[in-house]
Design a protein around this ligand. Structure first.
Ligand SMILES: [Zn+2]
Ligand SMILES: [Zn+2]
Length: 272
């Protein structure tokens, strides 16, 4: 089982369940040594089923800081967010970046509360998705890219555009030395979907990881826990690993994400 997980939500986002402490206790029970919380980033407009409210953010920090102290002998807790890149929210993104241990990037919409990444069907939309992530990396706003293949949920087939997108992610990952995530969340929780090639999990997507293996990209596993029980089963982890079986992936183990986050934060500070 995993020793680290930097992709953990809390019930504040409106679609996760369980108390903060239950996540910590489940992670300890599962043998996790480094636990990072990365709930969905709050923005100015409220969106209660997708991310926490801005007013809940102080409570998020205080609750996790108290748990960090309470369980310091059992587990190392870091506090972060799963951010998304929207230019109009840049002030908040920079503020969070400065005060948090780390940030991961999971781009769920093409514009703030606009088109869902899960609904993309054209190569042009895949391009738009990538460019938002590219901008976030260029500004050093994130420390790993969560489910890069998230945009393939509704995309009907594995074609040249999908392979080109994977290559763009590989290039981005190498340029910024930023890990790409093998996600164990919704993509393998909700069952297989039918695509032109047949039935498969929407993500992780093997076609992406074939490119990541060839290009020797750093890969990090993220549970994307939305329920404390997600720590207590290996079912979803095993499903995700089965998708990439046989590929020579460069999995990061004993990776100090927080050290790299500190360096990226300094780079961001130097931009202003
Ligand atoms: Zn979520
Ligand atoms: Zn997530």
């Amino acid at each position: 089982m995993l020793k680290t997980n930097y992709h953990t939500h809390t019930k504040r986002c409106g679609h996760a369940v369980g108390e903060d402490e239950a996540y910590v206790q489940a992670a300890i029970q599962a043998g996790i040594k480094v636990l990072g919380f990365s709930d969905h980033v709050p923005f100015h407009p409220s969106c209660q089923k997708e991310r926490m409210d801005l007013e809940e953010y102080p409570n998020y920090l205080n609750s996790l800081k108290a748990l960090k102290k309470k369980y310091e002998n059992d587990i190392t807790i870091y506090i972060g967010l799963e951010v998304e890149y929207y230019e109009e929210e840049l002030d908040l993104l920079i503020q969070f970046r400065k005060e948090l241990d780390y940030c991961i990037l999971g781009q769920h919409n093409l514009t703030l509360d606009g088109k869902y990444t899960l609904d993309l069907t054209t190569p042009e939309e895949l391009d738009s998705y990538f460019h938002l992530i590219e901008k976030a990396c260029a500004m050093h706003l994130c420390d790993y890219i969560a489910h890069p293949d998230y945009a393939l949920w509704s995309y009907p087939r594995i074609d040249g555009s999908v392979k080109a997108l994977a290559k763009q992610f590989a290039k981005l990952s190498k340029y910024y030395q930023i890990p790409l995530e093998l996600n164990c969340g919704s993509g393998v929780h909700k069952g297989m979907r039918t695509y032109e090639e047949g039935l498969r999990y929407p993500y992780p997507t093997r076609a992406f990881f074939e490119v990541f293996a060839e290009e020797k990209c750093p890969i990090i596993i993220g549970l994307d826990a939305h329920n404390p029980n997600d720590f207590l089963t290996e079912e979803y982890l095993n499903r995700s690993l089965s998708i990439v079986e046989g590929l020579d992936l460069h999995f990061l183990t004993d990776y100090d994400l927080i050290k790299d986050a500190k360096e990226r934060k300094q780079k961001l500070a130097s931009l202003f």
